[in-house]
Write a protein that binds this ligand. Structure first.
Ligand code: DGL
Length: 266
C-alpha cells in the first residue's frame, strides 16, 4: 500500500485527456499534474530542449515524492523516454507503446494513419513499433503542427479547425485508412471534428485508456495501490496559469475540487 501521489505531465493541456482516464480507472489515487503552459508547444523544439524541459518537470515531481510518473506527452515519450527511465528511480510510463497495441488490435484493413507533432513524427517511433509487430501493415505519417495551438485556444470544432483537418488529412481519406493513431495527447479533444471528417468510418486511437491499464498493472505488481477508501485528489500545476488552462481543466476533468497552482522553472 502506498499513498504517495502519481505524477503526470505534458507540455500543456493535452495530458489532461490522459489524466481524466486515469482518474476514472484509479479513482482512489492522488494525482499531481504539471502542464508546461508557458513553454508549449514542445513539438517544434529540438530533442535536447525537450529532454531538458521534461527533466525539470520530473525533478519537480520527484520533490513532491510521487510513486510513479506518466509522461502524458507523445513528443517527450518519443524523444526522451529511455533517458528519463534511466535517470529516475520511480517507474516512468510513456504513451506510445500502449497506443501502438490498441491500433494493432483495431485495424482490419491494415492501413493505419499516424498523426502527431513534427518532433513525434520525425522520430518515427510509432511506425517503428508497429512494423516490429506486423511488417505488412501500411503506415502513413503526418505532422499536424497547427492542431496543438488550436486545442490550446479551445477551438475544438471551429471552422478554422475543420479547415486544418481537411488540409492535413485529405490524403488519409484517399488512402482509405481504417485506423488513425492520435499521436498527441491534445488530439482527443478534436475527436468530434475528426469523426465528422471521416464520417465515423475510422477508428480513432488515443492512448489514455490503455496507459491507465498499464499504470494499474504496475501498481498492482509493485503493490503501490493507495489504501484510500474515498476519492483521491487532483493537484494541477501550470507554468502559466492562464484562463485557457483553467477553463480547459474544468471542461476535461469536470471536478470542482481540483486545486491549481503556478509553477516556475526559472
Ligand atoms: N501533447 C503533446 C504531445 O502529446 C505535446 C504537444 C506540443 O507541445 O507540441 O505530443
Amino acid at each position: 500500500m502506498d499513498n504517495r501521489p502519481i505524477g503526470v505531465f505534458d507540455s500543456g493541456v493535452g495530458g489532461l485527456t490522459v489524466l481524466k482516464e486515469m482518474k476514472r480507472i484509479l479513482p482512489a489515487e492522488n494525482f499531481i499534474y504539471v502542464g508546461d503552459t508557458a513553454r508549449v508547444p514542445y513539438g517544434v523544439k529540438s530533442r535536447s530542449t525537450i529532454t531538458k524541459f521534461a527533466s525539470q518537470i520530473m525533478d519537480f515531481l520527484m520533490e513532491k515524492d510521487v510513486k510513479l510518473i506518466v509522461v502524458a506527452c507523445n513528443t517527450v515519450s518519443s524523444n526522451s523516454l529511455s533517458y528519463l527511465k534511466s535517470r529516475y528511480r520511480v517507474p516512468v510510463i510513456g504513451v506510445i507503446e500502449p497506443g501502438v497495441q490498441l491500433a494493432l488490435d483495431r485495424t482490419k484493413n491494415r492501413c493505419v494513419g499516424i498523426i502527431g507533432t513534427q518532433s513525434t513524427i520525425r522520430s518515427h517511433k510509432y511506425k517503428e513499433l508497429i512494423i516490429r509487430q506486423d511488417r505488412k501493415i501500411r503506415i502513413f505519417e503526418k505532422a499536424c503542427p497547427l492542431f496543438v495551438p488550436l486545442v490550446e485556444e479551445l477551438l475544438f470544432d471551429h471552422s478554422i479547425t475543420r479547415l486544418a483537418i481537411k488540409g492535413y488529412l485529405q490524403e488519409f481519406r484517399a488512402r482509405k485508412i481504417d485506423t488513425l493513431v492520435l499521436g498527441c495527447t491534445h488530439y482527443p479533444l478534436l475527436t468530434r471534428a475528426l469523426n465528422r471528417f471521416f464520417q465515423g468510418k475510422v477508428n480513432l486511437i488515443s492512448s489514455g485508456y490503455s496507459v491507465s491499464l498499464v499504470v494499474q498493472d504496475i501498481l498492482s505488481k509493485k503493490r503501490l495501490f493507495s489504501g484510500r477508501r474515498k476519492k483521491g485528489s487532483i493537484h494541477l500545476y501550470a507554468s502559466d496559469l492562464n484562463e485557457n488552462f483553467r477553463k480547459l481543466s474544468r471542461v476535461v476533468l469536470s471536478d470542482s475540487s481540483v486545486k491549481m497552482q503556478l509553477i516556475s522553472f526559472d
